[in-house]
Design a protein around this ligand. Structure first.
Ligand code: IMP
Length: 432
């Protein structure tokens, strides 16, 4: 087995960053395959916290290669700043540690301006985006006016390309959103220092690079961002992000045949959260939701927004298993539930008096679902110091077993705290 994919099985913020950091020590190359600086991947090593947005979560392992694949939208200013900050912490971040797809989409300040102006203009029906310009950048890619990474280093044509891309945005900013226009020349001046930072890193044919790695029996680790229910096609549209967050998109983004992605790890929290607008059937709008939010520090690492919290939703999780082909699960933040007397799990929904066992594809219907909640006794013991599966309280093990049985998919990893060390392995990573 050579390629493992890590994806979020809920609405994002499941703890993919921690898991990729832990898995990276067993891999050779880590490939981030979609999204942009809307993601906030938090890693904690020996109590020290690092938040990454664009750089793959394997970067703390200086002997691994991290790759940003072509399906990512790269905020040039954001990436340069992330590199600068990481270097300040003493990481070498050499050119051999970070490769960037030459054909990845460039995200520039006018994408952010448009994203933010649109959200501001919507009174009802706000998506609640991160404001990082993700939607407009992917739109540019699809409408074939995006700059790609290699354009940044073609100084003869760069201004002209920015002028072409910015023209339409300015019409919208000025006439539709009553927002300030941007000047192509100013944008170019603004990004010049960032281009110099990025010049140090190798623009790469990622497809060729990863296929050569596979030929040499190297282990690949693919890192997704956001979560399954935010997928542009299968999520709760329009309350979604603008890329495909599913495992299959890893294959497309890196230019590698789908049969190479043999292990699909679905990451989920022992409860559920959502940030931004859109339906959330298992949401708890009561003091228990507030308690989970507090215990789990459920505030966004990109925007600082409070995350909505709810019970683990097994129907939604089964949908994620189906959409991604998940064959291995990682349950994160089990320790957060330790303060509860009983833990709820959504096992079905009710819609107009009828029991529903499948997650509806209609977002309108998702908004009308009533959750059917089963309760499991809580364990009320601190899990953060637990080092082995055998040391888990019996009631916590019963919770894990209940969830696993309902899902019919093995839970191979259990996380009981943010640190690398707080990880319990049921099964090794690169093994069938
Ligand atoms: P966008 O990706 O910034 O366009 O935001 C679209 C939706 O996805 C909003 O509801 C965001 O809150 C959500 N979103 C985007 N990135 C993340 C993430 O990394 N974690 C959780 N939610 C996210």
């Amino acid at each position: 087995m050579s390629a493992v994919v890590v994806i979020g099985a809920q609405w994002g913020d499941e703890g993919k960053g921690k898991l990729v950091d832990v898995f990276a020590s067993h891999a050779d190359t880590v490939v981030r395959f979609q999204g942009g600086s809307n993601a906030g991947h938090t890693l904690v090593v020996n109590g020290q916290k690092t938040v990454l947005h664009l750089i793959p979560s394997g970067i703390l392992h200086s002997d691994k290669t991290c790759v940003i694949a072509s399906g990512v939208v790269i905020d040039v200013l954001g990436l340069a700043e992330e590199i600068r900050k990481l270097k300040l912490t003493g990481l070498p971040l050499t050119a051999s540690q970070l490769l960037i797809a030459d054909n990845a989409t460039v995200l520039l300040p006018y994408h952010k301006a448009l994203d933010q102006a649109r959200e501001k203009a919507l009174s009802e029906g706000k998506i609640g985006t991160t404001g990082k310009g993700i939607g407009p950048a992917y739109e540019d890619r699809a409408s074939r006016r995006a700059l790609i990474m290699s354009d940044l280093f073609d100084s003869n044509n760069l201004l002209e390309k920015i002028e072409f891309a910015i023209k339409e945005k300015n019409v919208l900013l000025k006439n539709l959103y009553d927002a300030p226009e941007l000047s192509a020349k100013e944008v170019l001046e603004q990004i010049k220092p960032a281009i110099e930072v990025l010049r140090e890193y190798r623009l790469t044919d990622v497809s060729l690079f990863v296929s050569q790695k596979l030929k040499n029996n190297k282990k690949l680790l693919f890192e997704g961002a956001q979560g399954t229910l935010l997928d542009i096609n299968h999520g709760t549209y329009p309350f979604v992000t603008s890329s495909s967050t599913l495992a299959g998109s890893g294959s497309i983004s890196a230019g590698l045949g789908p049969h190479h992605l043999s292990k699909i790890v679905g990451v989920f929290k022992a409860y559920c959260t959502r940030v931004g607008s859109g339906p959330f059937p298992s949401e708890l709008k009561d003091e228990i939701g507030a308690q989970i939010q507090k215990e789990g520090h459920e505030f966004g690492s990109t925007t600082g927004r409070a995350r909505r919290c709810g019970w683990l939703d097994l129907v939604a999780l089964k949908y994620a298993i189906r959409l991604n082909g998940i064959n291995s699960l990682a349950m994160m933040k089990l320790d957060v539930l330790s303060s509860l007397d009983k833990v709820g799990v959504v096992t079905a929904y009710k819609l107009n008096g009828e029991i529903i066992n499948e997650f509806p594809t209609s977002t309108e219907l998702v908004g009308q679902l009533e959750p059917v909640v089963e309760f499991i006794p809580g364990w009320k013991e601190d899990l953060t110091k637990v080092k082995t599966l055998g040391d888990l309280p019996v009631k916590a093990t019963a919770y894990i077993n209940f969830v696993q049985k309902q899902l019919g998919t093995p839970i191979d990893i259990i996380s009981v705290g943010p640190d690398r060390e707080q990880t319990l392995w049921v099964k090794p990573l690169y093994k069938d």
